[in-house]
Design a protein around this ligand. Structure first.
Ligand code: SF4
Length: 248
């Protein structure tokens, strides 16, 4: 049936093991423009039954209450504010980053620094307002000195991301950056090989693209990132602009 690999996840907080399948699928339109092979690996993450029982969907406020004054991983030690997430609880589109930075930690809101301003511009270029979407991170507390969240921290905190996604029921998730993508898709594949096509996460289509901070560091990433967003826009039924300013 085209299934290449089926294996189980081996992380600390995943006793209820998600099933991961990787199979060859045709690429999406945005990627047919380059010279990469016509088929790429699509990753599907299914949820453990208890956590993904949709009859037990929690409201976002209930999930926030469950997190409480969390000390489940060591990231709680350095946080000023826990950054749960922000936006429309019925959003069709959810953006997921890896974790809060300094500005986010200070304000208790995701993506409010320079990267956040660029993300807002991207959202607006898609024809949406920031209030239309939901924005959150894999880990809810800032790693010290903005280091990359460690695997045990991400696997401990990810249960809340799963629950947020189930609560919101978006049509599309956009995963920002390699760290978040590798963690939630349980892969070591490069961002370049993951982007440009939909994977499946908890029954929802998931696009991987560059983190806004990477776009600020390297403007050459803007074109492929915009191609990814156009695939997302098409999936959401949003009109595609005839022309974009690559300098933005
Ligand atoms: S990062 Fe997540 S699991 Fe760790 S302390 Fe913060 S809320 Fe709890």
């Amino acid at each position: 049936m085209g299934v290449k690999t089926v294996f189980t996840q081996n992380t600390q907080a995943m006793n209820d093991v998600p099933v991961i399948s990787k199979k060859k699928e045709p690429r999406t339109e945005a990627m047919t423009k380059n010279n990469n092979p016509a088929e790429e690996e699509i990753i599907t993450i299914e949820g453990p039954a208890g956590l993904f029982d949709r009859s037990k969907t929690m409201k976002l406020e209930e999930i926030r209450e469950e997190i409480g004054d969390c000390t489940r991983c060591k990231l709680h030690e350095g946080r000023t504010n826990l950054v749960f997430g922000d936006g429309n609880p019925k959003a069709k589109l959810v953006f997921v980053g890896e974790g809060p930075g300094r500005d986010e930690d200070m304000q208790g809101k995701p993506f409010v620094g320079r990267s956040g301003k660029l993300l807002t511009k991207i959202i607006e270029a898609m024809g949406l307002k920031r209030e239309d979407v939901y924005i959150c991170n894999v880990v809810k507390c800032r790693p010290p000195d903005n280091r990359t969240p460690e695997p045990d921290e991400m696997s401990t905190c990810e249960q809340f991301l799963f629950k947020q996604i189930i609560s919101i029921k978006p049509d599309v998730i956009v995963c920002l950056g390699a760290t978040a993508a590798k963690s939630i898709l349980r892969t070591k594949a490069s961002l370049g090989s993951l982007r440009g096509k939909f994977h499946m996460y908890s029954g929802t289509k998931l696009m991987v693209t560059y983190h806004p901070a990477a776009l600020l560091r390297n403007p050459n990433f803007k074109k492929p990132a915009w191609e990814d967003m156009q695939v997302v826009m098409k999936e959401l039924g949003l009109p595609l602009p005839k022309k974009i300013n690559q300098g933005d």
